[in-house]
Design a binder for this molecule. Structure first.
Ligand code: PLZ
Length: 446
């Protein structure tokens, strides 16, 4: 196992962006790929390792997105590469539902051990995050024999029909794609910057709405991202999540934590639920779990998970052997390389720099997050209203300087930082400082 990165860990631009090779590929993409599949960056990837992604023109970008919180161990983590190569030489696929294999069972054992809760757990594996969310709803309905699914404002749970219904933002995710799955009810959550409520107050409002609009006897599950991701990296006020989880348990409603973005060390804990002192009945995971290979999971109390009948859960590719080998190697990497602690250290670097910037720039309305899941919400300093054009301008400028920068938020005004946990401190500082310099250059609105 080599410790030498495959690419020098330095930002460097060799061509104007996009370079000639990316321009050519973009022309082919525009002709061949449906326009609905949007792309953030105008450049095509050639190689990626740790904190750097190199494009087909040889430009090296600081990666502050990790493929939307996926390549936390890096996009070429040595253990993952070796494990996938080894599995490839045995078999690529048998279908677990036809001829099972050990890797699938081993990943489930690991998930049952790592996710919060001391009770007996079971897991099932799938390929995408949306599929995991769908299956969490399936088991919750099978267990409770109730139909309703409760989700929060600003939620993001996926792009399939049921998960589109669960996702809050219409444009672009749901635009023109309805009608959506019934029995999905949306209630307000906790967004301290915008609602000014304490965790207890926000939870009382959430619970009151569920009780009044849906009724616990109709509710199969409440599905919550402990820190909302696409919706704006919204960290709920202290006390919000425990109060909602308590209400669920008092009413035999399944509490599902969607940890697809927050899970696997991202927030400086194995799972964000642990940061808020909650123990979900069911947890959905994906993204960071398998070092870049498509794998997702539902893990929960054994009695809930076993409520679905035999052959009620599955899918041809669910728990693909290559993805399982990758997950076991990625989990070993998190453990052996101390990446939970590394996420905390990354959080400190990010928070220190971003908080220092807020002192001199009133357009930074909020800096928030946990561990290596951090965001800066940009606002009009006079009114506090979201400033999406500014966020887009800053992200665009940072990208043109060689930093992969993502935005998020219902209002599109949040810049988010999700570096691979294997990025080094110098590169991380360079990436953040480039984004902050781009903000300064857009000039103060005051
Ligand atoms: N739940 C909490 O963050 C995926 C989606 C990006 P899939 N987030 C990135 C986009 O524009 O499609 C996500 C998530 C949470 C579920 C999902 C869905 O996971 O693997 O994209 O299906």
């Amino acid at each position: 196992m080599t410790n030498v990165p495959a690419i020098a860990q330095e930002r460097s631009l060799r061509t104007d962006l996009p370079g000639p090779a990316s321009r050519e590929l973009t022309a082919r993409k525009n002709a061949a790929v449906a326009r609905g599949v949007g792309t953030t960056m105008p450049v095509f990837a050639d190689q990626a390792d740790r904190g750097i992604l190199r494009d087909v023109d040889g430009n090296c970008f600081v990666d502050l997105g990790a493929g939307i919180a996926v390549t936390s161990v890096g996009a070429a983590a040595p253990r993952v590469v070796a494990a996938v190569r080894d599995q490839l030489e045995h078999f690529t696929h048998t279908c677990f539902m036809v001829t099972p294999y050990e890797g699938y069972v081993a990943v489930c054992e690991k998930l049952n051990e790592l996710t919060p809760g001391e009770f007996e757990k079971k897991s099932a594996l799938f390929s995408s995050g949306a599929e995991a969310v769908e299956n969490a709803v399936k088991v919750a309905r099978a267990y409770t024999r109730r139909p309703a699914v409760v989700v929060l404002d600003h939620a993001y749970h996926g792009r399939t029909n049921l998960t589109m219904a669960m996702t809050g933002k219409v444009v672009p995710y749901k635009d023109g794609f309805g009608p959506f799955s019934p029995e999905v009810y949306r209630v307000p959550g906790s967004y301290p910057l915008r609602d000014g409520l304490s965790g207890e107050q926000a939870a009382a409002r959430t619970i009151e709405q569920i009780t009044r609009m849906v009724g616990p006897s109709n509710t199969a599950c409440v599905v919550i991202e402990p820190i909302q991701g696409e919706g704006g990296f919204i960290v709920p006020a202290d006390g919000f999540l425990p109060a909602v989880a308590r209400w669920c348990s008092d009413n035999d409603v399944v509490f599902v934590a969607d940890e697809i973005q927050t899970g696997f060390a991202r927030t400086g804990a194995w799972f964000a639920s642990q940061l808020f002192g909650i123990v979900p009945d069911v947890v959905t995971t994906a993204k960071g779990m398998a070092g870049g290979l498509p794998l997702s999971a539902v893990t929960g109390r054994a009695d809930i998970m076993d409520a679905a009948g035999v052959s009620g859960l599955g899918g041809t590719y669910g728990g693909n052997p290559l993805a399982c080998a990758a997950a076991l190697a990625a989990i070993e990497t998190y453990e052996a390389d101390g990446l939970v602690e590394r996420a905390q250290a990354i959080g400190e670097v990010l928070m220190t720099r971003l908080r220092a910037a807020t002192e001199s720039d009133p357009r930074i309305g909020d800096v928030r997050g946990r561990g290596a899941m951090v965001a800066m919400e940009l606002v009009d300093p006079g009114t506090g209203d979201p400033d999406a054009p500014l966020a887009n301008q800053v992200a665009g400028l940072a990208r043109s300087r060689g930093v992969i920068t993502l935005t998020c938020g219902t209002y599109g005004n949040v810049l988010r930082f999700l570096p691979p946990l294997t990025i080094d401190d110098t590169l991380l500082a360079d990436g953040v400082d480039t984004v902050l310099a781009a903000l300064t250059e857009t000039g103060s609105a005051l």
